[in-house]
Design a binder for this molecule. Structure first.
Ligand SMILES: [Fe+2]
Ligand SMILES: [Fe+2]
Length: 191
């Protein structure tokens, strides 16, 4: 089994695990989406696709394994990635690149990104939120217990925040879906 396949199995297994408070949906509706979009962006801006794929798979790993690490999951995630990749004899310089992507996947995307690979992962993380509006609606209505309009507004604000974090390449990739989602969410208030 190659390294990427091994990591895919490892992350998906942790998503199926009892300790994962997000449920298996974090694999199907978040990680898979981040990987797909990060690879598309990597092709567009000439980033290393292998680094981008590994970092995307592992970017939320620490939170999935142990939610008590959520606040610092970018830091713990980078440490976990190092342990896993060292065991797989992955080259040291490439491990550093993966760690850099994981450490900087949160927060403002336009600044403080050291590498093209880090830009891809951070953008794809925000794109995944926009692309998976159904997950956010589920969270708003079923987990937060919000009413119809409150929930729609909460999701609308949430994806607006993700949109504002995107670089130009990221915006081009998701613009149509973003506009459609906002149109649907604001439908009631417009008529
Ligand atoms: Fe994250
Ligand atoms: Fe994420």
């Amino acid at each position: 089994m190659d390294i990427i396949e091994f990591i895919k199995h490892e992350v998906e297994n942790k998503c199926l695990g009892e300790n994962n408070v997000f449920g298996y949906g974090i694999w199907t509706h978040h990680i898979v989406s981040v990987v797909k979009n990060a690879k598309t962006l990597a092709e567009k801006i000439g980033a290393d696709i292998e680094i981008v794929e590994i970092a995307s798979l592992l970017h939320d790993y620490a939170s999935i394994k142990d939610y008590s690490k959520h606040d610092e999951h970018h830091i713990y995630g980078a440490k976990e990635a190092e342990v896993i990749l060292k065991k797989l004899n992955y080259p040291k310089d490439k491990i550093e690149k993966v760690k850099d992507c994981i450490i900087s996947h949160r927060g403002s995307i336009q600044v403080h990104k050291k590498s093209k690979e880090a830009v891809c992962v951070a953008n794809a993380d925000a794109i995944a939120h926009i692309e998976n509006v159904t997950s956010l609606l589920y969270f708003a209505y079923c987990k937060k217990g919000l009413g119809i309009d409150e929930g729609a507004e909460w999701v609308s604000n949430k994806i607006k925040k993700s949109w504002d974090k995107l670089s130009n390449e990221g915006k081009i990739l998701i613009r149509d879906k973003y506009n459609s989602a906002q149109e649907m969410l604001n439908f009631a208030s417009k008529i």
